[in-house]
Ligand binder design. Structure first.
Ligand code: NAP
Length: 291
């Protein structure tokens, strides 16, 4: 029997509707709309497309959205000046600096300059520290999207073996923290799972993956997960985005659908969830800042 689809397009739409209802209730109470400021430096086509999608998503949910487009030759100090201005702007609750930045700019310095209270991406070390300590201010968008995609589809996580292929600071590592932690009121999206994190130095990746009740691929390598690496009936989440002849494809080989119990598609799986969780974080930031 083919795997049940973990449909991020449908769930993302439902969750954006939930956010929009909360934004409308805030407006009815006389509160200003949650505001996102996106900063785009240079003319990278994919980044332009991502920022456009985010802008449309925010306006559709009744939020304010401004896009600051800067030329590729913008200096680091000019960019830091803009970030400081956005940090001080009361109409801005979430700041998103679209990555990658041009090579002459120190990405880490810019991300650390974003006010942690407005860090809608949850990339700031202060927010990652709160997450690691078990009382997150925000959850990073892609890991949170993966957790929502699993839990809202009824995939059991507590006590299960979760294998994450990838250990980056924006996906694999924070996802491992969320998966392994004890849930509670200050950490509602924690999962109580037993977690293994695999990477390029993992010996016998296939054997490690076969242990997984829940396998999450975030390696950024086309079809690195093949059917022989999947325990029959496992839930498989494909975070990878790879372009093949201009078309989007994941890290999981399509034939895994014949072995897995659940599988998220690419496109239409984790991607729409990531943008939804950015919206969710910006609403949370507005609630924290404005009440
Ligand atoms: P990254 O920084 O390049 O990290 C990739 C990780 O995967 C690294 O830890 C690397 O191991 C590991 N890895 C690479 N090849 C491997 C292999 N053959 N076997 C085992 N481990 C391997 O990438 P990222 O930023 O985490 O993103 C991962 C993927 O998710 C990319 O395709 C990205 O485009 C996609 N993504 C999608 C969304 C979305 O919303 N859909 C959001 C974010 C990212 P080492 O540490 O040993 O090098």
């Amino acid at each position: 029997m083919p795997a049940i689809k973990l449909d991020g397009k449908a769930l993302g739409a439902t969750m954006r509707g939930e956010v929009a209802a909360r934004v409308a209730a805030r407006a009815a109470a006389g509160k200003r709309p949650p505001g996102l400021a996106a900063v785009l430096v240079g003319d990278d086509k994919a980044s332009q497309q991502y920022v456009k999608m985010k802008h449309e998503t925010f306006t559709a949910a009744g939020c304010a959205s401004t896009v600051h487009r800067l030329p590729a030759e913008t200096t680091q100090s000019q960019l830091l000046d803009l970030v400081a201005q956005l940090n001080a702007d009361p109409a801005v609750h979430g700041i998103l600096v679209q990555l990658p930045l041009p090579r002459h700019i120190d990405e880490g310095a810019v991300l650390r300059a974003v006010s942690p209270a407005k860090d809608a991406d949850c990339f700031h070390p202060e927010n990652l520290g709160f997450l690691a300590a078990g009382f997150p201010r925000f959850y990073p968008c892609t890991p949170h999207g993966v957790v929502q995609l699993l839990t809202r589809n009824g995939v059991p996580l507590a006590g299960k073996e979760v294998v994450i292929v990838g250990r980056s600071n924006i996906v694999g590592k924070p996802l491992a923290l969320m998966m392994m932690q004890k849930p509670g009121t200050s950490n509602p999206a924690a999962c109580d799972a037993t977690v293994t994190v695999a990477h390029t130095r993992t010996a016998d990746l296939a054997a490690v993956c076969r242990r997984a009740d829940v396998l999450i691929a975030c390696a950024g390598r086309l079809h690195v997960i093949t059917p022989d690496m999947v325990k029959p009936g496992a839930a498989v989440v494909d975070v990878g985005t790879n372009f093949v002849n201009g078309k989007l494809a994941g890290d999981v080989h399509p034939a895994v659908a014949d072995v897995a119990g659940w599988l998220s598609p690419v496109p239409g799986g984790v991607g729409p969830m990531t943008i939804t969780m950015l919206l969710y974080n910006t609403l949370s930031a507005a609630e924290l800042i404005d009440g």
